[in-house]
Design a binder for this molecule. Structure first.
Ligand SMILES: [Zn+2]
Length: 270
């Protein structure tokens, strides 16, 4: 995907195939209008990975996947990066949209940073919420074979730059607060010339969340705030033609939100 002079490429780490029911606590029939987001056997594909943003001389990795977990098909991020022609030391910046374990998985190997030349970046509110002795207990991360944020991120603390308000980290690469999923959840707005694209972090896990304003996602820390944030983004971007993607979208593909003309909004990939 090109956004003017900026190039953005999915870097796959793995995929979960989830039961959609428990994820949103919605009955099966409410999924009927949204079959495009499910597999033929009714699973919700939940991709894991990051996006490589190349802007000028900067090679920015937005999120780092889950790392090695109890899933033989997962843990592919470095191999995917190599397939694109890059090694970990080619990355200049690691931007963490939030600090859930499935986004910080390749930040370190548990003792050393993986991206040895990179400045690591995250929101200070998420750092306070997830990392350290008072950080959120992420025993579910351990249960899946991953490492919680504290263990994964302590080794990168010395090369961390935190933000606490909206900030441009490179020309055309803007970070915007979008709280609710986590306190410091952030979206990345890419701009070049009059072109735009948006990386949604986990503000949206599946495009269905931009179509169903009342649905709540199980992993949202503050569900009401997460809903308000999503609805505000949906209003801002519907009908603009601006491509949007998120790490958990099917195949991490971009799509566009179409306004409802007297009916519900709709989503088209690509
Ligand atoms: Zn996630």
């Amino acid at each position: 995907m090109r956004v003017g002079d900026i190039e953005v490429t999915p870097v796959h780490d793995g995929c979960w195939w989830l039961d959609p029911g428990p994820m949103y606590e919605r009955p099966e029939e409410e999924w009927l209008p949204h079959r495009q987001f499910l597999t033929e056997d009714g699973k919700l594909p939940c991709q894991i990975g990051g996006f490589l943003v190349q802007a000028g001389a900067r090679r920015i990795l937005v999120d780092t996947g889950a790392g090695k977990i109890n899933d033989p098909s997962g843990g592919q991020l470095l191999a995917s990066l190599a397939a694109l022609g890059y090694q970990p030391d080619d990355i200049t910046d690691v931007v963490l949209t939030h600090l859930h374990f499935d986004h910080v998985g390749w930040a370190s190997d548990g003792s050393r940073p993986v991206f040895t030349n990179a400045t690591y970046r995250c929101d200070s509110r998420d750092w306070g919420f997830f990392v350290g002795p008072d950080g959120l207990d992420e025993s579910y991360a351990t249960a899946l074979g991953g490492l919680p944020a504290t263990e994964r991120l302590t080794p990168v603390e010395g090369r961390l730059e935190m933000w606490s308000s909206d900030v441009a980290i490179a020309p055309g690469v803007d970070l915007r607060a979008a709280p609710g999923h986590t306190p410091g959840s952030t979206i990345v707005v890419l701009s070049s010339g009059d072109e735009r694209a948006v990386l949604l972090g986990d503000v949206v896990h599946c495009p269905v969340e931009l179509l169903e304003a009342e649905w709540e996602f199980i992993a949202d820390v503050d569900k009401a705030l997460a809903r308000r944030t999503r609805e505000a983004l949906a209003r801002e971007f519907e009908g603009t033609g601006i491509p949007m993607a998120a790490a958990h979208f099917p195949d991490m593909r971009f799509g566009r939100l179409l306004p409802g003309t007297g009916g519900p909004r709709s989503w088209v990939f690509a």
